[in-house]
Design a protein around this ligand. Sequence first.
Ligand code: HMG
Ligand code: MG
Length: 297
Amino acid sequence: MSDQIHIVEMGPRDGLQNEKTPVSVEARIAFVEALVAAGLNTVEVGAFVSPKAIPQMASSDQVLRGVSHVRNGEFHVLVPNEKGYDAARAAGAKVVSVFAAASEGFSRANINCSVAESIERFKPVLARAKADGVKVRGYVSCVLGCPFDGEIKPKAVADLAVTLWDLGCYEISLGDTIGVGTPLRAREMLRAVGAELPVGNLAMHFHDTYGQALANLYAGMEEGVRVIDSAAGGLGGCPYAPGATGNVATEDVVYMLEGMGVKTGIDMDRLLATTNEVAGLLGRPPVSRVASALNAK
Ligand code: HMG
Ligand code: MG
């Protein structure tokens, strides 16, 4: 358990995509800069999706261009189709993420197509990315439950993860989109996927809606998963996942890992300052337990 864990920071994308308060391009760029300065080198900074669907992610091209000067940063953006890929590449994207769902209900609500159709949309993206030398990450949403279809079988998650892997994704991020999972179910799901794919190429993307995310992450670490998606301040949620709240908070993950003797290289003071800055922009305190505790000191 004491080897390296890689954190993929979600704050500027998943974190802001569901917020009512508009956040300016300048503030989004400053958020990314501050996260990298705190030691979070891999950051998802935006999404090239329909601005009608997710207005919060409009101008992601400006955000991506605006952080191109930042050294030591790897910046990810979501792309749902070739149109998004074109726009992401024009803005200089070197890593893009495609996103599918383990359930038909969420796929339809989120990206307006069936799971099979989404794979057809991703095929040309993956082919072009390979030719362009662009890395592609693949998400599977609703791995522990769907707001529309209910329970999800681990095999459905594993099958979709294999499909994305076979298309050429370098890493598969497994999303508990609505945060309903508990540790034994998370373990069962991760074992099913890990039986098909190298566990070192899996990531855990757990929302904390029911307060289970840290326990689920710990269960996944015991299975050998070493990549964790989290968001500063516990920001996040998806407008197409009713009732879902934020990602597991980066501060909470860092506190747990450091307490276990896992060196994260993340500067908690800087991370806390960044979290507080963004919370100020949004007009409410961070939901993160660690941020609340440290702010009360
Ligand atoms: P559609 O309606 O099926 O697509 O939407 P379409 O091709 O028929 O186009 C409809 C309109 O969208 C057209 O514009 C297109 O130009 C435009 P109009 O003629 O109406 O003005 N369009 C685009 N615009 C910008 N960028 C694009 C693009 N593609 C089409 N790439 C689509 C399909 C996927 C575009 C739409 O449903 C959409 O944008 N959905 C948003 C999905 C989203 O961003 N969800 C949140 C992120 S996923 C998530 O949070 C889960 C995750 O965190 C993991 C987890 O927690 O589980 C990753
Ligand atoms: Mg998410």
